[in-house]
Write a protein that binds this ligand. Structure first.
Ligand code: FE2
Ligand code: FE2
Length: 224
């Protein structure tokens, strides 16, 4: 790993996200979160690349830059669902300016960035393990512990009537069971993805068991 190069890529990420109009106003913490998430995606991608035997350094670079599209201003008509393809357009000249990789290797990184949101790119490239792992690493981070907290906060779970809490938990578990079977780019990515989904399913089921136990359990106590 070329550590100096990684530092340059990280500096480019920070500089562009921090100055982004997308995070203007009181959104400082959201900008920091985007940088932290990008670093986590790089670390997860690295772990997958090392296990699968493909280029760890370029995977790390792809992870750091995968959300660089968020440095654009989406209040003026751009669609944030295009942030993968737009991010690839930002990453491409920057990666060329580093002078570290061939055109082909840069295209592979940028293709992974382009497809990470909706699996669609505006240029052709091979669907290599490195390119596919950008989305996998992104999903693996997005379904980790923080997302559980965030989802419950967003749903205002604490304030919901108990029946609505139960319905929400069932809905989440059903959706997670579907997502669990989502295709991944590598066997390692699939195993890491399913471990995160299983963790979430287990958490929501435990919450459901707490709800079951929030009543007098005549079904259990009446036989004693
Ligand atoms: Fe993204
Ligand atoms: Fe992301």
């Amino acid at each position: 790993m070329n550590i100096e190069l990684i530092k340059k890529v990280d500096a480019f990420l920070c500089e562009n996200i921090e100055k982004s109009a997308h995070y203007e106003g009181n959104n400082q913490r959201a900008a920091e979160y985007r940088i932290e998430h990008s670093r986590r995606v790089a670390n997860i991608g690295f772990e997958i690349a090392r296990a699968e035997g493909f280029d760890c350094e370029r995977m790390y670079v792809a992870g750091l830059l995968h959300d660089i599209g968020y440095s654009l201003d989406y209040s003026s008509g751009l669609d944030f669902r295009d942030h993968g393809r737009l991010g690839a357009q930002i990453a491409m000249p920057f990666l060329h300016s580093l002078g570290a990789y061939t055109d082909d290797r840069i295209e592979e990184i940028c293709y992974g960035i382009a497809i990470h949101v909706d699996d669609k790119s505006d240029f052709e490239y091979e669907r290599t393990p490195l390119a596919l792992t950008v989305a996998d690493a992104d999903n693996i981070d997005r379904f980790d512990a923080f997302r559980l907290y965030e989802n419950l906060m967003t749903a205002d779970y604490r304030e919901l009537p108990i029946n609505d809490q139960r319905a929400l938990l069932e809905k989440r578990v059903n959706r997670l069971c579907e997502l669990r079977e989502m295709p991944c780019g590598t066997a390692t990515g699939k195993a890491m993805w399913q471990a995160k989904v299983d963790y979430q399913i287990d958490f929501y089921r435990r919450l459901g068991l707490q709800i079951d136990n929030s009543y007098i359990r005549f079904d259990i106590i009446s036989g004693i």
